[in-house]
Design a protein around this ligand. Structure first.
Ligand code: ACO
Length: 334
């Protein structure tokens, strides 16, 4: 049995900055409400004509991750791509990355686990490397949310939260100490409707879209029961981090860097307090990018690493919770 580690990280966000004040020009909202409830000051949105899409941003982030891993596209044995906003309904984004990066006919797997997508994708990559089947796996989280949100006052409780971007990690066979120590995944489908986008789908299919006036209350925009999600998130985040720590005989005080999914700054602060972690043990950047769903952890991890906040030997914990509900954690020794 082998172990795996992250050998390279990269991220990309569109240049177009959208502030809370910008949003208040198109809907009834304001900077104070958004900052008080979520901590978000601004986010990035793809601008029409800037050439970006979910897969294009994924390629930009992946190119950086590969460079930092000293690998070229032909060294990659598999792509695992987490997104809820692929360029096409099918096929998924993985094959687009394979094509755009000129990779061999390697497997491209798409993960549909929303905010937990990157943690699930990391766990999948870890299993393939552990068994010895593959040596280098490109793991991506990327989202184009701005293309599918309701930017009228009707959609404000959801649309102010989300932003666009991509992050990538190369998961490689570990030749030294440490690496990924364990991953822990969960789901609870009972709450699937509480944070969901129900159409277009086989339940709400094309004829209905054409037939129904988009102004009607039809489920073609994301729905989120905010307070319900908040209450479950704070419980599950702490639970799955502790599960990972316990599995490795570690304590919260051993954590050098916790990268929580950037759902909402208030959720991260709640977990930090609950787990008695210092400010320097938790990384947040939701203030700048909003919630980028599957992209939020790899963007934050890449940024924390760039800022020198993750060093060799550090205990790094990734944790996510989101739509499904699904949640999970990754425990790593850097
Ligand atoms: N601007 C101004 N007012 C708003 C906005 C807005 N953007 N959105 C909602 N409001 C209004 C509501 O209409 C409501 O008005 P009313 O009292 O007159 O009816 C009032 O603000 C309060 O609305 P609530 O939904 O009760 O606000 P709450 O305090 O619950 O905050 C929020 C909403 C931020 C979504 C909160 O519930 C939350 O943080 N939930 C966690 C969910 C989360 O973070 N999801 C992220 C994605 S999920 C994930 O990644 C895990």
């Amino acid at each position: 049995m082998f172990t795996s580690k992250i050998s390279g990280l990269g991220h990309y966000v569109p240049e177009n900055v959208v502030t809370n004040d910008d949003l208040s020009k198109v809907m009834d909202t304001n900077d104070t409400w958004i900052q008080e409830r979520t901590g978000i000051k601004e986010r990035r949105h793809i601008k029409k004509g800037d050439g970006n899409s979910t897969s294009v941003m994924a390629v930009k982030a992946s190119t950086i991750a590969l460079e930092r891993a000293n690998l070229s596209p032909e060294d990659i044995d598999m792509i695992v791509f987490a997104t809820l906003s692929p360029d096409m309904y099918f096929p998924g984004g993985g094959v687009q990355v394979q094509e755009l990066m000129g990779m061999r006919t390697i497997p491209a797997l798409d993960v549909r686990n929303q905010c937990s997508g990157f943690v699930y994708a990391m766990s999948v990559a870890d299993q393939f490397v552990k068994t010895g089947m593959y040596k280098n796996i490109l793991v991506i989280g990327a989202e184009n949310h701005s293309g599918g949100l309701d930017f009228t006052t009707r959609g404000r409780s959801v649309s102010v939260i989300f932003g666009d971007g991509a992050g990538a990690a190369v998961v490689s066979r570990n030749e030294g100490e440490g690496g990924i120590l364990s991953t822990h995944l969960h789901s609870e489908g009972e709450h699937k409707d509480q944070l969901s986008l129900q159409g277009p789908s086989t339940e709400y299919w094309v004829p209905e879209i054409i037939e129904k006036n988009p102004q009607e209350d039809i489920p073609y925009y994301p729905y989120m029961n905010g307070q319900f999600v908040f209450k479950h998130a704070v419980v599950r985040f702490a639970e799955v981090i502790n599960e990972g720590l316990k599995a490795n005989n570690l304590e919260a005080s051993d954590i050098d860097m916790l990268i929580p999914h950037q759902a909402n700054l208030r959720i991260s602060q709640f977990i930090q307090k609950k787990m008695r972690l210092r400010d320097d043990q938790v990384f947040n950047n939701i203030q700048k990018y909003g919630n980028t769903t599957a992209a939020s952890i790899p963007i934050a991890l890449s940024e924390a690493w760039e800022e020198g906040k993750i060093k060799k030997g550090d205990l790094v914990v990734l944790a996510a919770f989101g739509s499904g509900f699904t949640w999970g954690s990754v425990i790593m020794r850097w």
